[in-house]
Design a protein around this ligand. Sequence first.
Ligand code: DX5
Ligand code: ZN
Length: 223
Amino acid sequence: MALLINPSLLAADFCNLERHIRILEESNIKSIHIDVMDGNFVSNLAFGIGEIKAINRITNMKLDVHLMINNAERYIETFVESGADSITVHEEACTHLYKTIQHIKSLGIEAGIALNPSTNINNLRYVFNLVNKVLIMTVEPGFGGQQFISSMKEKIVDTRVIKDKNKYGFEIQVDGGINSENIRSVVNCGATNIVIGSGIFDGGHIKENINKFYSIFDSSCIV
Ligand code: DX5
Ligand code: ZN
């Protein structure tokens, strides 16, 4: 099992973003999660093209871009040009999901689909074979620092069963409210790509917090 710890920059100190990015690199982090919010699909605003370009200029870590925006299809090329290595769109915000996923992949990067907590995993039935990543939101999207919705464990298990049964290649990503208390249970349910915001950045002890997450797992598991 390969486990990816994917820090969400939404919880970083924006006045010290470069310093925080260096700490993530020193902590052997390979991918960072960037939340883009449009104040429409979700009632918050975060990260735009300019910020992603700037981050891409200063790091080689992979940029995992989570689009919480309506009409995502209009902006795919712009996000790819800005440096995104992976783009995840929301099932609930994307009318032509199949076409959008194909578009993202045709530009040579990974494509993911995110599901709000109440969205049924079976909605992805006909596109499972296309996606690189299924993002199970474990909070309602829009804000960091919320409480993990424990019924999402059942959705993670359902997703893993579908994946194993059909030998699909997608990763199972979780995002929202993950901390050192619940990370083991989401991994046991089948998640392998773990987005963590406040659990890494709150209090500023970034390296220590990451090491705490690493220490829960055998180091051979961590990618
Ligand atoms: C919420 C975002 C998350 C958020 C996670 O809509 O998608 O990536 O930053 O933050 P925590 O880990 O604090 O819940
Ligand atoms: Zn996110």
